[in-house]
Design a protein around this ligand. Sequence first.
Ligand code: ADP
Ligand code: SF4
Length: 695
Amino acid sequence: MRDPRYDILFTPVKIGPVTAKNRFFQVPHCNGMGHAMPLAHAAMREIKAEGGWAVVSTEECEIHPTSDLTPYVEARLWDDRDIPALALMCDKVHAHGALAALELSHNGPTASNLYSREVLLGPSHQVSKYGYPSQARAMTLHDIREYRRWHREAALRGKRAGMDIIYVYAAHDLSLPMHFLQRRRNQRSDEYGGSLENRVRLLREVLQDTRDAVGDSCAVALRFATEELLGPGGVELAEAQDIVGMLAELPDLWDVNLAAWYNDSVPSRFASEGAQEPFIDFVKKTTTKPVVGVGRFTSPDTMVSQIRRGVIDLIGAARPSIADPYLPRKIEEGRADDIRECIGCNICVSGDMTISPIRCTQNPTMGEEWRKGWHPERIQPAREPSRILVVGGGPAGLEAARALGQRGHDVSLAESRRELGGRVTREARLPGLAEWARVRDWRAGQIGKLDNVSVYLDSLLTAQDVLDFGAEHVVLATGCHWRRDGFGRSNGLGVPGLADNPRVFTLDDLMNARLPEGRVAVFDDDGFYYASVAAELLRERGCDVAYVTPEDSIAPWSVNTLDYRHIRKRMAKLGIEAIVSHNIANFAGSTLTLENTWDEQRTERACDAVVTVTSRLPDDRLFQELLQRQGDWADAGIRTVRCIGDAEAPGLIAHAVYAGHRYARELEEPATGEVAFKRHFHTANPDDLRRETLT
Ligand code: ADP
Ligand code: SF4
C-alpha cells in the first residue's frame, strides 16, 4: 500500500497534447550504446518504463552529419534509415504505458564531425570545444535556414518513430540554440547576434518550427541551462530569467538544469540531493507550463517537498533511474525502503566518457538488460537450492549473498569485522564519500528480508573453518589492501625507501585512523579519486599537504566521472599544493627526493610523511590456502571455490558489485560459451556482408 503522503507523485501531468501518467520523468541520459547498440539501448529504456517512469527519454540525438559526435555514441537521426532503432525504443516504452521523449541536438562547435568529416558549424568562427585541432566556421544565414530544416525534419522523423515528446536542446554548453545565446560563442552582428532578443532568436524559431512540424500530436520540450557558472561569457542566472520570461509559454514543458554537464551531474562528493533548486526555482514562477528538474532525487519526501513548494512539477532523474529503474513502482507499492539509491559516484557517466556501454555501481544489471538478459528486480530461481558460504561482507560478498538468496539458495555470509560493508564502510568515513555506504545499506536491508541468508559478523574464517562448514559452494570476497612500497604504473619495481618506512602510510592506515602529521606528500600513481580524498582528509586535520603525481595532471581518470574540475577547485581552496610530472626518487629521514618525469631533474623537499596511493594487492590468502587443499574439498562436500571482487583483482566498487551479481547469476547455470553475452552485428543479414565482400 502506498503511503498517502506520496499520492501527489502519482497524479497525471498534461504536457501539451500528451499526458504523463505520473510525475516520474527519466530525463535524457547518455549510455554508450545509442545508435551502435539499438537493441541494448531499447531494452534498457524499456525497463525504466516497466519500473514506472511516466516519461522515458533518449540521450542526445544527432540530427545531421554536421552534428556528428564521434567517438561518443549517442542517438542518431540523420535520415530515415535511423528511424527503426528509435521506433524500437518507442514500442518498448509504450508497451508499459509510458511516453517516449527524443532529445534532438546539433552541437555545432561542440560536435566533432570526426566520422562525417564535415566542417564544424558555429554562430561565429571559433575553436572546437573538445580540443580537436580544428575550428568551426561562422554560419551564414543560409546555414541557419538549413539547420532549422534539419531540425524540423528530425522532429518529423522522431514523430514517425513514435516519439511523444520532442526536445529542443539548449543546455550543457552543447547545442546550437544554446551557443547562439552565449556571448563567448556568438559574436554575430546580424539579427542573430548582439542583443539578447537577437541571441534568443534561433531558439525561439526552432521551438516554433518544432511546434509547427509535430505539435499537433507531440509535446515540445525545451531543455534549458539556467546558469553556466562562467560569469558574463556564459549564460548567467539573471539573463536566464529574462530568457525564460521571453519564451515562457512557447514550449509545452521546461526541463531546466545547470551547464556544463559537470555542473549538472555533480558527484555526491560535491553536491547533495536537490542542489539545483536555487538555480531553477524561478522558472515555475515565470511560466504556466510544467517544469521538470533534476537533483539526484531518491527520497520520496524530498520529491514531494519540491512539488508542494512549487519548485518543479515533474521529478526528473537520470542517475536515480539508472541505479533503480523501479524507483517509481517501489514508491507506488509502498516499498520505498527497497529503493536502490544512487550513490553519486558517476561510474555511469564513465561509460559514455570511455565509449563503452553504461554501467552502474549500485545496479549491476544496468546495460546488461539485452545482452545478458539481466533484470534489476528478477532473477532466475535456483534449480535446486544449494548450501553456499560467502566469505567477506564487502560489496562483492554482500551482492553475491543477496542475489544468491533471491535465487532461493541457502546462504551463509561470514565477515571478519563487526560491521558489514568492507571497503564501502571504510571509504564512506572519508571526506565527501558518505553516500558510498548506500551500497552496503541497500544490500544489508534486502538480505535482512531473506530468511534463507544468515549473516555472521566477527567471524574470521580460516581454510579449516571453510572446510568444516559443509557448504557445496564457497565464494571468497575477501577484498584487498593498498600497497605501501610505491609499486604501480610508474614504478614497476616500487620506490626506494618506502616499503619498510614507518613514515609511509597507505589509504588503509588512514581509514584505520593511523594518520600522519606535519608536512605530508600524497603520492598518486592511481589517477582516480582516492588520493584527492586522502589529501583533503589530511588538510582538514591540519597537515601541510602536497599532492605529487608522475602524471601531467592530477587525478586524470576523474575526468570520466566529472569529478576532475571539482577536485581541482577544492584542492585549490584548501591550499593543497599540486606537483605534477614528478615521481618519487627516494624518501629517507625527512627528505623527499622528487624526480621530474620529463627532464629527470631531482629536487629535495622537507617531508614528514608520505601517503602512497599507487596500487593494491588482493587479500586472497584464504583462496590460495584452499587451492592447496583442493584434495580435501570432496570430503568436505565442497563442489566449487571461487574468488571474486577485489580479492580476485582490485578495482572499482562497481566491479566488485558486478562480480558478486555475476557469480550469483551464473552459479549452477549452463556455461554460455566463450562470449558470455549477445552482441550487435552491424550487418543485419550475413549474406549481405558476404555479397558486399565478393563484389
Ligand atoms: P570487495 O570490494 O571485493 O567486496 P572488500 O574489501 O570491500 O572487498 O570486502 C572484503 C571483506 O572481507 C572485508 O570486510 C573483510 O573484513 C572481509 N574478510 C577478509 N578476509 C576474511 C576472512 N578470512 N573471513 C571473513 N571475512 C573476511
Ligand atoms: Fe548513481 Fe553511481 Fe549508479 Fe551513476 S553509477 S547511477 S552515480 S550509483
